[in-house]
Design a protein around this ligand. Structure first.
Ligand code: MG
Length: 432
């Protein structure tokens, strides 16, 4: 990348840059900057009032400056005159510790100091719905088992192929697209990479999918459970840790081809799973996906307990093959940076403390989960998860001052929800 982004802009025909940061609630905030001004922004950042977005700040705080990361530049394939840049919030001359991308970068540096590099792939499920959000957009998509439905997939070819073409042109190496388990639901997969690159791509993917859906007159949602009877939007993460180009989770002699270090990392995630839920399942709605009753397709595909297995999708963690495992907890609302930061924090604790995940459970958790006496249950709602995070010494230690900031804002969000009088309450309580 040239030192001058202005020069890059002139070479590539970029007229404007979006300087974009992700706040604590996963919302992407941006300023649109003309190319002639971008080199100044590279030095001093774009100014924001942090309190106006989801940060634990006050209106009296000084300007927050979003410092663009030139390595993250993405020229919008559907609007090439705009370049998107992930940015790191700074205040008073230093990185804002609570900011998700800064937090992830710090944890990546902590891991690097131990010679470890987290690599992940994410599977972002989403629905294509009507513009008003009341239902799925395809009224012919009503099969009880719609997963991999060829006809329904191809009725959305124009949108899915356009998004996949974008990923191809950006060099993300996408390799498959499908109709998922809920009517109106899709998933698109691209190759795994280092945690920061995956987080930036995950953030951009959400922006891209929404933008292209809008262009086609529809709306995309990553909401964890937009329709009560249908399978929700998960965001499964495939995890491995590397050193000098070698996958440290790979061990042919290990159980299911996973090394001792891999099981320690896995044990760390299981140890902190209830507190991690506050990050990986960050909304009130998230808890209608996990612990949910069976959907019309026959299964929720979401976990309800803190257990792991081999190639079995009814558990929190699945080991599909040697050298990696899949964490099935996170949902579509997860903040891309907090997903990676949470997994890294809990996993590093697992290595530091040689956490033992115990034996794997090769059972169908949806049918036989009640027979497991030792398995911890996941939080039943956001408040339980926030409390678990607040009392987690592991995550407080690893995530530092981010935790009280996040707990404060999420508790406010829970209180806002709790003040809301629902139709269900009136129906069940009016005649009490
Ligand atoms: Mg899926």
């Amino acid at each position: 990348m040239a030192n001058s982004l202005h020069a890059t802009a002139q070479e590539r025909g970029i007229k404007y840059f979006l300087i974009s940061y992700t706040d604590l609630f996963g919302v992407q905030r941006a300023k649109l900057v003309p190319a002639a001004a971008i080199d100044g922004m590279l030095k001093s950042g774009a100014g924001f009032a942090g309190f106006a977005t989801w940060f634990d700040m006050t209106p009296a705080d000084p300007d927050m400056f979003a410092m663009p990361d030139p390595a993250s530049l993405v020229q919008l394939p559907w609007k090439p005159e705009v370049g998107w840049l992930a940015a790191d919030p700074w205040m008073n001359g230093k990185p804002v510790a609570q900011a998700p991308r800064n937090l992830l970068k710090r944890l990546i540096a902590d891991a690097a100091a131990k010679g470890l590099e987290l690599k992940t792939g994410v599977e972002c499920e989403f629905f294509l719905i009507s513009r008003d959000g009341t239902g799925i957009s395809d009224d012919a998509d009503h099969q009880p088992k719609p997963c991999y439905d060829q006809q329904a997939l191809m009725r959305r070819y124009d949108i899915i192929a356009e998004i996949c073409d974008c990923m191809l042109s950006l060099g993300w190496k996408p390799y498959q697209n499908d109709h998922e388990d809920a009517n109106g639901q899709f998933e698109m997969n691209w190759e795994f990479d280092s945690a920061l690159k995956t987080a930036d791509r995950h953030a951009f993917f959400k922006y891209m999918v929404r933008s292209i859906a809008e262009k086609h007159g529809l709306r995309a949602t990553f909401m964890p459970k937009p329709f009560v009877d249908l399978t929700g939007n998960g965001c499964h993460a495939h995890v491995s840790v590397w050193r000098d180009g070698r996958n440290l989770f790979e061990d042919e002699a290990g159980e299911l081809g996973v090394s001792k270090l891999g099981y320690q990392f896995l044990g760390g995630i299981m140890h902190s799973a209830d507190a991690l839920a506050a990050l990986l399942n960050p909304t009130v709605n998230s808890y209608k996906r996990i612990n949910a009753p069976r959907t019309t397709s026959g299964a929720t595909w979401a976990p309800n307990s803190v257990t792991y297995a081999g190639n079995n999708r009814t558990h929190l963690i699945r080991i599909p093959e040697g050298g990696r495992f899949e964490v099935r907890l996170a949902d579509g609302a997860v903040n891309p940076y907090l997903l990676q930061a949470g997994l890294l924090a809990a996993g590093l604790d697992g290595i530091d403390n040689q956490r033992d995940p115990g034996s794997r459970l090769d059972i169908n958790m949806y049918l036989d989960g009640h027979s497991v006496e030792t398995g911890k249950k996941l939080p039943l709602n956001l408040l339980d998860a926030i409390r678990a995070l607040r009392s987690s010494s592991v995550l407080s230690d690893k995530l530092g001052e981010f935790v009280p900031c996040y707990v404060k804002l999420k508790t406010d969000e829970w209180n806002s929800y709790a003040r809301h009088l629902t139709a269900w309450e009136r129906e069940t309580t009016l005649d009490c």
